[in-house]
Structure formats: structure tokens, C-alpha cells
Design a binder for this molecule. Structure first.
Ligand SMILES: [Zn+2]
Length: 257
């Protein structure tokens, strides 16, 4: 089949537009940027985004992107009743069964909200069991909760990759997490700008366990994040892009070709 035919075919379907960009970039011998976690819906020509569903999108089961993640954010436990959260769990189950998700999450534990800690933790366990059952990576929201995840990992090691998004921990926490679960990944975005601790941490991390993201930051540019990360780590930008794709393929195994 002619290349132009493959591309025109794949562009016909709205769901495949991201994959088409990915394919096109591969053909042009230039890998796109990978944004592992974003709540935004900006569509860059040269980026592939794992889009995290909003509550509305989750309720409507609206998945547009080639790579989608969905979960019950720990902050939602502040504003919604157990009955409402239960409905969201039903929607989530349906998306998982229909194989619409690349990953589960974000889910996690946020100790800035201690009053809902128990409920957050219960929901986190629900997500991780679902992730284990269906072989999906888990996108994790972690705020002052490194020790919580360490004790969870000690008791019950997971079967799938864990991606700590907007990771703010230190080198010691990274080592402890990786020792307990070598399939842990650490993703960075705005912190490369605003956290000297993260800028120091970056060069100490194994390159095989790094991702980059825009999260919900409206003005954050994924190109800038990659550029700054490559400078901080001390590697070539193209090398970093290809390394992140290797990480993504490893995490995605076997669903991404
Ligand atoms: Zn997020």
C-alpha cells in the first residue's frame, strides 16, 4: 500500500489523528515530543499527548485521544459524596472493559487534604487493583505521600508500571521506590522551572525511568520542558526525546507497536 494512501486513510478517522502524527514523524525520521500527562486539549503537530480525562469527559465516556488515561483524582474526594464517586467508578470500569484507556489515573494520595486521606487511600487501592487486573500503567498523584507509597509497595508489589506524575521527592525516595518496584517512572513539568530541588534531582535519575509532562499548566510548553530537562541532565535533546519514547514503549508493552 502506498505511503500516501496509508496516511490519508489514517487521517480520515478523528481518533487516529494522534497516531497519524506519530507515524508521520517516524516517517520523516523525527520523533515527536511525548507529553505523558496533560489535562489540556492543545494539539501540537509535533507532540503526542496522553490525555487525562476531566470529570465531565469521564462521565460522558468521551475519549478522543489515541492515548487516554482516566481516574478519580484524590481532590475529587473533597467535593463529592461516596455515591457520586461510585458512579464515576462505574464509568471508569466501563472504559477499562472497552479497552479505551492507555493508563489508569490520575489517582493517588495527597496529604495536603488529610480529612479525606482514608477515602483517597481506599480509592487508590481500587485503582491499583484494577490496573493490575487489566495490565494498565498507573498515573499517580503524589503530594507528601512518598512513605505511603513505600509501605503499599512493601505489602503488595504491583504488576504494572507506576508513573509518579509531577514527582517532587528526593533521590533517596527514588532509590527506595525503584528498589521495591523497578517499574516506577518519574515525570516532571512545571517543577523544572520552579523547583531547585527537582533541577538537582534530574541528573541523578536513571534515564530509563523519566517522563515529561504539561499537566494542567496552561502556559507550559512541552518543547521548553524537554529543552530544559536535556540541559539539566546534560544530554542531547533528540537523545532525550528518543529515550522517553523507549520508556513509553516499555511501559505500554504490548499494546503500542
Ligand atoms: Zn494532573
Amino acid at each position: 500500500m502506498a505511503l500516501s494512501h496509508i496516511l490519508s486513510k489514517s487521517f480520515q478517522h478523528p481518533h487516529s489523528v494522534h497516531f497519524s502524527r506519530y507515524l508521520l514523524s517516524l516517517i520523516l525520521d523525527k520523533l515527536p515530543y511525548l507529553d505523558i500527562h496533560s489535562h489540556r486539549r492543545s494539539h501540537l503537530e509535533d507532540a503526542v499527548v496522553v490525555e487525562c480525562l476531566s470529570m465531565e469527559e469521564l462521565t460522558l465516556q468521551k475519549t478522543q485521544a489515541k492515548f487516554t488515561s482516566a481516574g478519580i483524582h484524590p481532590w475529587w474526594t473533597e467535593d463529592f459524596t461516596r455515591a457520586e464517586i461510585l458512579k464515576l467508578q462505574d464509568h471508569l470500569m466501563k472504559l477499562v472493559r472497552e479497552q479505551k484507556l492507555w493508563a489508569l489515573g490520575e489517582t493517588g494520595i495527597d496529604r495536603v487534604y488529610p480529612e479525606t486521606l482514608e477515602f483517597q487511600t481506599e480509592l487508590f487501592h481500587w485503582h491499583r487493583e484494577l490496573a493490575d487486573d487489566y495490565g494498565l500503567p498507573l498515573v499517580i498523584h503524589n503530594v507528601r505521600s512518598g512513605s505511603d507509597f513505600l509501605s503499599i509497595l512493601k505489602k503488595n508489589p504491583p504488576k504494572t508500571p507506576w508513573i509518579f506524575h509531577d514527582f517532587r521527592g528526593n533521590e533517596e525516595l527514588v532509590k527506595d521506590l525503584l528498589r521495591l518496584h523497578p517499574d516506577c517512572y518519574f515525570s516532571f513539568g512545571i517543577s523544572i522551572d520552579n523547583s531547585p530541588q527537582i533541577r538537582e534531582l534530574l541528573p541523578t535519575l536513571p534515564l530509563t525511568n523519566i517522563f515529561l509532562e504539561t499537566d494542567s499548566q496552561k502556559h507550559l510548553d512541552i518543547h521548553e520542558i524537554y529543552l530544559r530537562a536535556s540541559e539539566k541532565i546534560g544530554i542531547d535533546l533528540d537523545f532525550l526525546i528518543s529515550q522517553v519514547w523507549m520508556n513509553f514503549n516499555r511501559v505500554s508493552k504490548p499494546s503500542v507497536p
